[in-house]
Design a protein. Sequence first.
Lengths: 116, 237
Amino acid sequence: MTDQNIHAAEEHAHEEHEGMTRRKIWQVFGILLAITIVEFIIALWVLPGKHLSHGVGNCIYIVLTLLKAFYIVAYFMHLKFERVAFKTTIVAVLVLVIYFIILLLTEGTYLHVHMN
Amino acid sequence: MSTTAVSQLDEVKTGPWNGGKSPFSIEYGKIMMWFFLVSDAFTFSAFLIYYGAQRFSKITWPDPDLVFQSVPGLADAGYPLVFVGIMTFILIMSSVTMVLAVEAGHRNAKKEVIGWMIATVIGGLMFLGCQAAEWTHLHHEGFWWGSIPPVEELKHFFTEPVSEVSAQQFANLFFTITGFHGFHVFTGVLINIIILFMTISGTFARRGSYLMVEKVGLYWHFVDLVWVFVFTFFYLV
């Protein structure tokens, strides 16, 4: 049993060393910075210049935000390199957040129609 | 008759979930940090989703390009989103220095861990300073919990017709949500300082592992993660 534990620990340590190199860290930083710059270009040039409608702009913002969130969680927080069981444990519960978004935005829309 | 054949029930199982080893292959404290962060994610989601519900229910809302166009200390107006851009850059940067500290920890390079941790703490303090400046600026304009600028000044913050109710909801939610996030940054900085001193005093070098750096790193990245969402929904959308 202890052998297995030690083995698991070694394996884990090994996996982690493979996870993030300094090169990879700066790559992810570059991606995060690039996405943020794209968001600023949309906010300061594309939308004021009426090149896109605000609805489309907001959708792009949300997609870019989720992309940034993915890079932070997967690489900086190292979740991509954990076991599948652990990834599932952490990510699966977030379905409740999606459910809550649907519930409350429906409620907000209802109030928009009926209270204004 | 074969005596070596073992019944299927008696075979020793060696799968990850059959006991004797850690199925997730992660240290206990790190799993608990993850679970805490998941619960914290629910708290922030609740705040931001309520903010969304409020915005959906109102006909007009303060325009972020008009509300946030000052660079405290330099310019009062005319630079939309510049200051928050600086804040976002600082926080992403301090997240990077944090992973670099974790990476140095894997190599047991104490000096490098110390250097990157100091950089992370400085980044956190800079972010807090920026936030204090921004809060002060909005406060001087008349926004606070339960108070908004007079109606004739409110029109500077709306591109559409002015709504006092919306302005009030915006003020309350802005200070509550960025305040809760700022509180997380503040505690993160404190914890980072504690870990920095533990690194300097050689606690982790004696322990042979810099796992604690990874755990506070998770917390610090989470703070950055929340900011990504706050930034989108308060300043961009």
